[in-house]
Design a protein around this ligand. Structure first.
Ligand code: CP3
Length: 355
């Protein structure tokens, strides 16, 4: 048998392509973050945005969970809102600066009118976000081929929710914009889609080997609005990534009722939350690989329950190839690092079913 050309060797990339693996690959959203003493030490010295602007610190923070826990993939350390200043929005993470408090994003001049939408610029990654590509190159040097690197952007709906509300303040203004001025809403999603695509292209060109679209808050919309305002834009992003040859992952939460239509958008992997049993989710998307879906709060303990649920998820998720172990959403700051290590070790000890 001759090997398929370009068949990936890393187990994470193999799972994304529905290929057999030696061990189930595992990574966790927010695997680099405040639950790590090493991350908190960096944040004692620099603000969150300052960290995202430093290629050296990006590489250090991105690689640290690989060294500490043995994850099978790294994810670029950045943020889904990183490009908003280049679009003309005044972004800060004030309260979280210098290691204090919960650094929620704030936008001083949120998008409220059609004129605000029209004033938004499409970022030029090479000119406006050079530290992202430089960060990716620095990460690749640090990782030296040990594990693949995932790049990412925010989905248009999720980024719009921050751009319109001015921070993590809910969805009423954005949904009202959809219902009162659909043309302005489409113009906004159009610009955020173009901004997402150029960033993904730049990240892949710089060395990202997979990409994840964070559409975290999709569950806020019903099917009719998803079909009108979200799915067409997400399909365009998938279509733009496909010729670049890296697998694409669509992440969202509270969307278990929309798995079948989301499976048709052109992504290789769907990342699902804990609101649906993994086997049920896989049955709804039979051709795709799937990522998820341990409840992040289980990582707080008790450890016996955490390991019991991990084992059950492995059994139910891995009945056929194309399974990536992950959480349903990100690691939370109070997580004991030893519990993260225990889950990674349990995933790697699990014998992959054959056939
Ligand atoms: O997953 C990773 O480890 C990669 C890095 C990453 C961050 N943010 C780092 C971060 C990624 C992929 C994101 C995505 C992101 N950013 C999302 C979608 C993911 C999700 O959780 O649903 C959203 C909604 C944002 C916007 C954002 N950034 C918020 C709402 C906050 C404050 C809330 C919080 O968790 O602190 C941030 C700040 C942020 N982004 C932190 C980190 C590690 C904490 C900043 C700090 O160090 O104080």
């Amino acid at each position: 048998m001759s090997p398929i050309q370009n068949e990936p060797t890393h187990r994470f990339l193999r799972a994304c392509r529905n290929l057999p693996v030696d061990r189930i690959p595992v990574w966790m959203m927010r695997q680099a973050g405040r639950y790590q003493p090493t991350y908190r030490a960096v944040r004692q010295k620099v603000g969150f945005l300052e960290l995202c602007h430093s290629p050296e610190l990006i590489a250090q923070v991105t690689a640290s969970p690989i060294d500490e826990f043995g994850f099978d993939a790294a994810i670029l350390f950045s943020d889904i809102l990183i490009h908003l200043p280049a679009m003309g929005l005044d972004l800060s993470f004030e309260k979280g600066e210098k290691g204090k408090g919960d650094g929620g994003p704030k936008i001083a001049n949120p998008v409220r009118t059609r004129a605000d939408v029209d004033a938004l610029k499409i970022p030029d990654p090479a000119r406006d976000l050079p530290y992202v590509a430089a960060g990716i190159q620095a990460i690749q040097k640090t990782l030296a081929g040990r594990v693949p690197l995932i790049g990412f952007v925010g989905g248009p709906f999720t980024v719009a929710s921050y751009a319109v509300e001015g921070g993590s303040q809910g969805f009423t203004r954005l949904k009202t914009l959809l219902y009162t001025d659909p043309a302005a809403a489409h113009a906004l999603f159009e610009k955020l889609t173009r901004a997402a695509i150029v960033q993904l292209q730049a990240q892949i060109e710089a060395g990202a080997q997979a990409v994840q679209i964070f559409e975290s808050w999709l569950g806020e919309l019903g099917r009719e609005d998803l079909e009108a305002y979200v799915f067409p834009y997400l399909a365009r992003i998938a279509e733009a990534v496909r010729p670049l040859g890296v697998p694409s992952i669509l992440f969202s939460t509270t969307t278990s009722t929309h798995i079948a239509p989301m499976a048709k958008l052109g992504y290789d992997v769907l990342s699902v939350d804990w609101r649906i049993p993994i086997a049920e989710a896989r049955a709804l998307a039979p051709d795709l690989a799937m990522q998820g879906n341990l409840d992040s709060i289980l990582l707080l303990g008790p450890k016996a329950l955490l390991l019991e649920r991990t084992r059950k998820l492995l059994e139910e998720g891995s009945r056929r190839p194309g399974y990536v172990f992950n959480l349903g959403h990100g690691i939370t700051p109070p997580t004991p690092p030893e519990n993260v290590k225990a889950v990674v070790d349990a995933v790697h000890a699990f014998p992959v079913p054959r056939g």
